[in-house]
Design a protein around this ligand. Structure first.
Ligand code: SIN
Length: 321
């Protein structure tokens, strides 16, 4: 260990990258979130070299399958990230995470971490468990640490399968293949090639309201409840009525096309909104964004897909509390 060396802090949260299976051939019947972050890093040859002059240190923030991610883990993770980013001795934060909700965590961290304005927060995941014959986690860790060590890197990004994705664009698009993420129409921010970063554009800017958003998260006694519903052929609106009756604070609707809704769902959402539930209209189309019309009765989600629109509404309601 070098005295006074800068640190790259790796925060473990679980996921397939830390998963184990009974046999090396099994890449679907495994249990996520089994290997501790220290052991995970120790198993990757060359990781210390990828960190360059920085010293790698690790901390276990959670140990979960990311399908079970919740707001309390987000809060704990955001506060640990913020504390490390504020430390002048920390160069970057790397977060190991499951792939299933990685895009939501990435967007949440982007929205609340002002410290990412000058330092990178790099989310690293894997599609195969650590016990697989050819796991992808070690290479993703090497690439993620290489991004973290890159001079000038900043913002919240995800690194997987040799690609660097920004928090705004990143989304999981495939349930099994190793190349499971893309950034939609925007494309990746760049690539990691033999340990070196090649950028297509710039690093992402931090969110402007991140300071106040983090404060609201830190002070939150209880989280608002925001649910997602989908418009589809035969939609009844009954789910919305039940949610509103149950006191839900916000509903994001994944609409068809350019924000269109089954007429029964539209009526139920308008009644919910009149009753005080915050409603945002996103689209279930994987590309593009909803272009709002002057006669819309329900506000649109400002270009965000359903799961990231939910994060935005959660933070908006928290700021109002
Ligand atoms: C998870 O999201 O924690 C499990 C699935 C994965 O990481 O690919």
């Amino acid at each position: 260990m070098q005295v006074g060396a800068e640190k790259i802090v790796v925060l473990g949260t679980g996921g397939t990258i830390a998963g184990t299976a009974a046999s090396a051939e099994d890449t679907i019947g495994y249990t996520a979130a089994q290997v501790g972050i220290g052991a995970l890093l120790d198993a990757v040859p060359g990781l210390a070299q990828a960190a360059g002059a920085a010293q790698l240190v690790s901390e276990q923030v959670a140990q979960i399958d990311s399908k079970d991610m919740d707001e309390d883990v987000w809060k704990a993770l955001a506060l640990r990230c913020a504390a490390h980013l504020a430390d002048p001795g920390v160069r970057a934060v790397v977060v190991t995470h499951g792939t299933d909700t990685l895009e939501e965590t990435a967007w949440f961290l982007h929205r609340v971490l002002a410290g990412a304005r000058h330092k990178p927060v790099v989310l690293v995941s894997a599609m195969r468990p650590a016990t697989a014959t050819a796991p992808d986690g070690p290479q993703n860790l090497l690439d993620g640490v290489a991004v973290a060590a890159t001079p000038g890197a900043h913002g919240v990004v995800a690194v997987a399968a040799g690609e660097i994705h920004g928090a705004r664009g990143v989304r999981k698009v495939h349930p099994q293949r190793l190349h499971a993420f893309d950034s939609g129409e925007a494309g990746p921010l760049g690539w990691v090639e033999q340990g070196a970063v090649r950028l297509a554009g710039g690093w992402p800017a931090a969110a402007e309201s991140a300071d106040s958003a983090l404060q609201a998260v830190a002070q939150a006694a209880a989280w608002p409840r925001v649910e997602i519903v989908l418009s589809h052929a035969g939609a009844t609106g009954r789910a919305v009525e039940l949610l509103a009756a149950d006191g839900v604070d916000g509903i994001v609707v994944a609409a068809t096309g350019n924000g269109t809704l089954h007429h029964r769902l539209q009526s139920a959402l308008e009644r919910a909104q009149a009753g005080g539930t915050a409603v945002r209209v996103s689209t279930r189309c994987p590309l593009g964004r909803v272009l709002p019309r002057p006669d819309d009765t329900l506000p649109d989600a400002r270009g965000m897909g359903p799961v990231k629109a939910r994060v935005d509404l959660l933070l908006e309601l928290l700021a109002r509390a």
